[in-house]
Design a protein around this ligand. Sequence first.
Ligand code: ADP
Ligand code: MG
Length: 639
Amino acid sequence: MTAPLRALLVEDSATDAKLVVEELQRTGRSVEFQRIESPDAMRAALETRTWDVVISDWSMPKFGAPAALAILKETGLDLPFVIVSGSVGEEAAVEAMRSGAHDYVLKDRLARLLPAIERELREVEVRRARSNSERALRASETRLRRLVEAGIVGTVVADGFGRILEANGAFLAMIGYASEDVDVGRLDWHTITAPEWHHVEISIGEQLETHGFASPCETELVRKDRSKVPALVAIARLDGSESISLTLDLSERRRLEEQVRQAQKMEAVGRLAGGVAHDFNNVLSVIISYAELIERDLTPDEPLRADIGEISKAALRATDLTRQLLAFSRQQVLEAKVVDLNQSISGMARMLHRLLGADIELTILPASGLWNVKVDPGQVGQVVMNLAVNARDAMPEGGKLTIETSNVEVDSDYAHVHHDVAPGSYVMLAVTDTGVGIDKEMQARIFEPFFTTKEKGTGLGLATVFGIVKQSGGHIWVYSEPSRGTTFKVYLPRVSGAAEVRASEPPPPEDRRGSETILLVEDDDQVRALARDILRRAGYVVLEAPNGGEALLICEQHGAKIDLLVTDVILPRMSGRQLAERLASLRPEMKVLFMSGYTDDTVLHHGVLDSGVAYLQKPLTPTSLRRKVREVLRSGDGS
Ligand code: ADP
Ligand code: MG
């Protein structure tokens, strides 16, 4: 069953039209037709219905084949246009054919009409198929061209010897050459492949030979300036010996991988350092405290005093080191407040001037309307100090130091290239010097504890900065070029809320003797003995336990009041916090003092002290322990 032939007849005579239709139907084909005899009617018919063919009389009173043909052309439709006429001069017929009519049939030869139409319909079919595939080809070319021109992948066409015949802008940018440099065949794959990757080049050649393509593989390209670019290259053979390749620049990806590796390394070193510092604080508690206790018992003219003094001094230095290690490993206790960084910095200006000396010009550029951040004010001071000291050391001949603040919105683009930064609002603190600078290799190591290039350096300055910034939920980046100077940028998350005015420190409680009962829980035997000695010498009654279980037992059995629980935070099995919670119901009047060399989330939320929790930082000293105990006992009861 063939579909009906839809014919539009341009004909003024109904009889002639009937003749034509009958002729078309002669072979049994069904025909749908419409007869029109004016240009407007023709336009309307073409617009409203779909036609297979236009059959037109040559001339009519007000219309004719040439005009009808012109209308058909206007519409852009590709339909066979066949002229049927009783009489037409040869010349006119040729003219009509030239302007696009497809055939010409005389009225007395109508038998030719159907074959002519069928032939034309087949041709239209072929033309349409061709134009469809041309359109598809054009579309696919556009898509490919878009990829090539977008500048995201490098494309190269090379000959059988690997000589570059054509390269797009992205590829040229990747290898740092201008298009003149690669004028047909002047540059080849071998030259721009790093020597240690020539084996990859050979394997690509082999794959092309056997499969006609080489799967994406990693290599390193050599730029015009001899620097190297990690890249991913996939190649396919074209007709003949030419090949086309796609190349992706992997530098960015490598940089992110390196950042992740770096972060993991810092994490591991941090954990190690924190563990060491924790144990060290217990040892230091014992050394410092006994030195202090001995010193108290010595008469003022006792010659041993100086020796004891040396022990104390050394122990204090060690305390300082452990403090820095804890800062680095983000395990020191932060007392975070909402702070205006501009105020913190301007408060340090005098001290910084003194620190930097006359040869270094200090400029402070505070941003107006700076957002607030939540940090430990003392720690921020430490950050600025350490960065400034390093800057000073980097400018032995003098130079400029600029401290700048600004509000920064980190968008997802930035967050994308810095792997652990979440998009959001940050306050940025930038410290820039004009000193010796830091090369790329060193930049990867400067935040490590003990990494130093200085004869008398500790290598803890930046490690401390790093730890403080991270523990405050921030980020730090270094930008530097050898001999050009260095910028450290610290990003701290914005907080809402007004800056808190720093409450002036309460006066230290007087060091008076006590008589209250204290339950002391500490698993380190030496530290426990020490704390017991200190407290007993100060007049307190001390009950002691090495762990939470024994402490509970004592609480149950001890008939009289216990005024204060002094407990280490990290204890075997039951933590100090859990112990305090269990005892809270048993002895609600008992106060609690935690001590630790280490932050721990059972007492602190991410190292930040809850208000209302009494806490004593190790290492203990007799003075610090006595003062804190007195302060806690005195709190809330007005004594
Ligand atoms: P230290 O100052 O004790 O060496 P830091 O951790 O503070 O330890 O710094 C580590 C190293 O980083 C320094 O020894 C120095 O090589 C390098 N460094 C830090 N800051 C700068 C700077 N602003 N300019 C040049 N080098 C720096
Ligand atoms: Mg330093």
